[in-house]
Ligand binder design. Sequence first.
Ligand SMILES: [Zn+2]
Length: 290
Amino acid sequence: MSKNRIDFSNVTQLRKKMFSRLSWVKISKLQRDLKCTNCKVEYTSLLDEHISACSTPTSTIKAICNSCADKMEEFGIVDLNVQIEENKRLKQALISKIVTAYPKYKNERGSNQYRTVYLADLKMEELQAILKMEDDIIQKAKDLENAIKNEYVETETEPYLLTDYDIYESEWLKHETEIKDYFSDNYEDWIEGGIGEYVDEATVIVKIGAKFYEVDIVAEMGATNKDLGVRRFYVEDITSVTWKEIPKPLPKPRTQYTFTANLTEWEYNQIVNKFDGLNLTDFSSNEAIV
Ligand SMILES: [Zn+2]
């Protein structure tokens, strides 16, 4: 048994059967390259079709005979070919997992879709990121579904909530974690642009089941250039939606008032029209009995 000239514990990579033995012998210019770096057996004396290679941190690739390569493998160094095959297998398994769970990723080459991602072209880390992203979406939806099941309590909306507070409710809003996304898309009732003026901030009292929230919406407005002296403002972006839970609003205190006045019919109508325009929720007028 010849002694090892390579310290196996220094070997960082091993690739078995990397070179054709005859080609190697043909292109080798130095006498020492014609022998195994480790055991010094002459390559011309062997019958193997290939020879192997290894590398250490201090050297470039060294050629070695196959039996030395076997010894290194027994020593515990993984053959790069095995590792490559294993990586291919792991990648294929991961791709199968993704397309089984999320068939939208199943796309064939040549289907000529614009900006199609072929999973096979991606790196392992990119595939893992896709799987995690999709799993997170599913998990988030499940969490939301559970939260709604546990926390949402169908509750009647008393009329005073609408008249006194203009409470907002939506069938698409079943949990507070949906507030941000919801109002980032559905803001038109409160935030608006216009000619020469705009509303870029609003507070909405929102009822979700039995819970109440104060929601603040803030927008960034864009503006057109001045045209005939006025600018047209438009909503560029909803920059923030924040909310906090508040106690259920109580009916606002009301006091009964009686007004007395001596009026002409025209004056009377003027006043009633004004009152009507104030949107009072509990207003009625009776013509006085003279
Ligand atoms: Zn050898």
